[in-house]
Each structure stands twice: as C-alpha cells, then as structure tokens.
Design a binder for this molecule. Structure first.
Ligand SMILES: Cc1ncc(COP(=O)(O)O)c(C=O)c1O
Length: 424
C-alpha cells in the first residue's frame, strides 16, 4: 500500500479499520485535557472499560457471600483461574491443559526452572541472549548459584555481531551446537524488550532439543503481540506477564505454558502446594500430592481472584477479535509508523535509526536518536506522547492494535517534527 503523510489519509485508514470500535473501549490518560498518544502498551497496556465490571463482580460477591463465594459466587473463586486457560491457550498456540495463570512472571520462571533446569556434572550450561532483561539475568544467575555452580562457567550468552543491532538465528544455533551435550537449558526472551526483535522460536527450540536440552521462553513482550505456536514448536515451557499487550493491569498475574509431554508426571522436580493437587481430593487434606493433569499442577496457592478478574476481562476481548485480526492491524499500523518516521526524517534532515529488524518484529519500533536525545523525549512526553526512554539514546514506540489509531501515528509525526525543530 502506498502510504501518505496526511491527516485525511490516516483518517481514511481508521475508517477502514475492522478494530476501530475497540479504541473507545479503553480508558486513555489525558495531558492538558487531551487524550494522549499511547506508545507504551509494551510496558503497561491501557485499561479496558469492561474490566471494572469483572472486578466489581468479585467485590460484590465477596461482600454478599464472604467465604461462601469460593463455591457459590457467579464465577466461583476456587476454580476461577480455569476460565482463563482456554482463551489464553488460543493466544499462545497451546492446548488448554498446557496453560495456566498464577503468581507473577519472574516467580513463575523460577518455578519452571526448578522443573526444567536440572544440571548434572556433565550437562549444566544455560544459553541465553546477551543483555537479557535484567530480571532474567538475575533469575538465571541465582538459579545457577542455587545449584552450587559458578555463573561464569554455567551461563553462555549469545552475542550480537559487532556493529549489528540484532541476533542472528544462525549464531544462536551455532552456539547451541558448540555447547552440545553440556547444554541443559536454553532460555531467551522471545521478543527482545530493547529492540523488539522476534526470535525464531521454532528453529531455536528444535536446535536445543537436538542436543538434548530443554528450551523455555520469556514471552513478556510476545504474548498478545505476535503469533505463537508453543505446542507446534514443541517448546518445553514459557511464562509471560499480563500487564503489557494483555491489558490486565499493573503487576498482574502471569501465564505459564508447560508442554503436554511434561504433564501428569509424578517424578518431575517441582515446588508444590495445595492448589496443584487434584481438586477431587484436595479438601480431604491428605499428605500425598496428586498432581492435576494440567499445567495447574504448578500452582502453589489458591487463585488471586482480584488479579484474575481483569485478566479474564481482557481475554474476552482477545477471544472476540482473535490474534490473526490483531496481527493484521499490527503490521499495517507499524508499517505506517515506520513510514511516518522516515518521512519526518527526510523533512527535518534528522538521523533516527530504527534498530528493530523489519522482517522480525511485532508491535514495537525501537528508534535510536543519533542527533536528538533526552530533550526530544521530554518534549514528546510534555506534549501528550507517552513513550519510553532507554539508555543510551533509544525511544521505544509500540502502537497496540486494539486501541492505537492511524491518526495517532500521523499526529505523532507532526509533534516529532515540531519537537526536533524546537530542540535543535
Ligand atoms: C522481558 C521481561 N522479563 C521479565 C520481566 C519481569 O516481570 P515481573 O516484574 O512481572 O516479574 C519483564 C518486565 O517488564 C520483562 O519485560
């Protein structure tokens, strides 16, 4: 499609947008009384208007039923989490039984590493990407130390090539083959938080399995953003948060995926609690743990229903629309944003560099501001463009297909141009 950098063209795209009715179903913050242009759905998604009703329902049931709400509320609390599994499984390309929701992301990655990082004298190394999200670095280092190993010896980081902004799949596969039968686990962020690069999870998972390692993914930036086929790719495990593209609220509950081949096993190492044991016998209060046949076996505690309610609300929207429609708009709106950036770059003779690979990207464009720096970012924020800043000189722009408009992209371009001219 031949794009144009005009208001009329952007509005025409909005009129043709099959998701146009969803924008008004979200709350937008305002700056100086004007709705913001929101680019940080990759950090905290906007609140869907329907969320309040889901939370209120729990509050009202709690008020009127108290403890009886566990079994007699409109959506009984004791198995509230089970309602999330089927719609979430569609989002991540999994079977319903492979998916569950519990705790928060880093906690879940730790719990899953208990099961899938089982170092032996010979096979103890972990491959991850260099400069992984800090929480993942701490996760991996502390797991290695927990097993009495030396982090420098056990952790192998795959580096980008000199002068390049993203990882090459062939370099990751080569590293996997090089480490070979010393490799216990590959764990990588499926979409890089800094550059927005989408990794080839299928190829990397296969390469890990070929040398006998487990392969897991941190999908914080992947879920609700890109097409995932966790079951088809035969991924061992994955976890993600719900507050970015899943629009489920700050710090909210995390989803997990455990491949069906690891389910219903009594001999898998796992930290266990009473909500992971079979519900048919749970309240007999027996000392024996009988794992639920699904990923729920990894549950420790009874479900945090007030956290799950916003996640369920959001999943009703994903279920209505489906990932293919979201992905179609994502590709178009991100391409339009890229075009606007290029047009403004020409007009003001600036020097931005989009460091996100065009062939492997989702919602996010990370833009390196060679000439302009923090002052341009501050200008944008002051003028109602909510974006984020990453050292040394990168802004991340992530339009979310549910609620971003093409007009937002156009208006952003106009503000960007003004900001560059005023700040140079
Ligand atoms: C890639 C990635 N991994 C892990 C985390 C940590 O998530 P949490 O604080 O929910 O454990 C984040 C948070 O933004 C993230 O982006």
């Amino acid at each position: 499609m031949q794009f144009k950098n005009t208001l009329a063209f952007a509005q025409q795209l909005d009129n043709e947008d099959p998701l146009k009715n969803y924008r008004e179903q979200f709350h937008f913050p305002k700056v100086d009384g004007k709705q913001v242009i929101y680019f940080t759905g990759n950090s905290l998604g906007l609140q869907p208007k329907r969320t309040k009703d889901f939370v209120n329902e729990v509050m009202e049931d709690w008020a009127s039923l108290a403890v009886e709400g566990h079994f007699y509320s409109k959506k009984p609390w004791w198995d509230y989490h089970e309602r999330l599994a089927a719609p979430l499984a569609k989002v991540v390309g999994a079977k319903t039984e492979e998916v569950s929701v519990m705790n928060t992301l880093t906690v879940n990655l730790h719990l899953l590493m208990v099961s899938f990082y089982r170092p032996t004298e010979k096979r103890f190394k972990i491959i991850c990407e260099e400069k992984a999200f800090p929480s993942d670095q701490y996760l991996i280092q502390s797991q290695v130390r927990f097993h009495g190993l030396d982090a420098d010896d056990a952790i192998v980081e795959v580096k980008k090539r000199e002068g390049e902004n993203h990882w090459r799949t062939e370099d990751i596969v080569a590293k996997i083959n090089e480490v070979g039968d010393a490799l216990a686990l590959v764990i990588i962020g499926g979409v890089n938080y800094y550059t927005g690069q989408v990794f080839d999870m299928n190829k990397i998972t296969k390469a890990g399995h070929d040398v006998g390692a487990f392969v897991g993914w941190d999908l914080a930036h992947g879920v609700g953003n890109i097409e995932l086929k966790l079951n088809e790719w035969n991924v061992d495990f994955a976890a993600w948060c719900s507050y970015k593209y899943m629009n489920s609220g700050p710090g909210n509950a995390s989803g997990i995926y455990v491949n069906e081949k690891h389910l219903n096993k009594t001999d898998i190492p796992r930290f266990e609690g009473w909500w992971g044991t079979r519900k048919e016998t749970r309240f007999l209060m027996k000392p024996e743990f009988e794992p639920i046949e699904t990923a729920d076996a990894w549950h420790l505690s009874n479900p945090p229903v007030l956290s799950l309610a916003p996640y369920l609300a959001s999943l009703t929207m994903f279920d209505e629309v489906g990932m293919p429609t979201l992905i179609e708009k994502r590709d178009k709106i991100v391409s339009y944003l890229e075009y606007i950036l290029q047009e403004i770059d020409k007009e003001v003779d600036s020097t931005f560099e989009i460091i996100t690979p065009r062939e492997n990207r989702g919602c996010q464009l990370s833009v390196f501001l060679h000439g302009q720096g923090k002052s341009l970012f501050d200008y944008l924020m002051k003028n109602g463009v909510i974006t984020d800043w990453r050292e040394p000189n990168v802004i991340r722009l992530a339009p979310a297909p549910f609620y971003s408009s093409y007009e937002d992209m156009y208006q952003f371009g106009q503000l960007l141009k003004k900001g560059i001219l005023e700040n140079s």
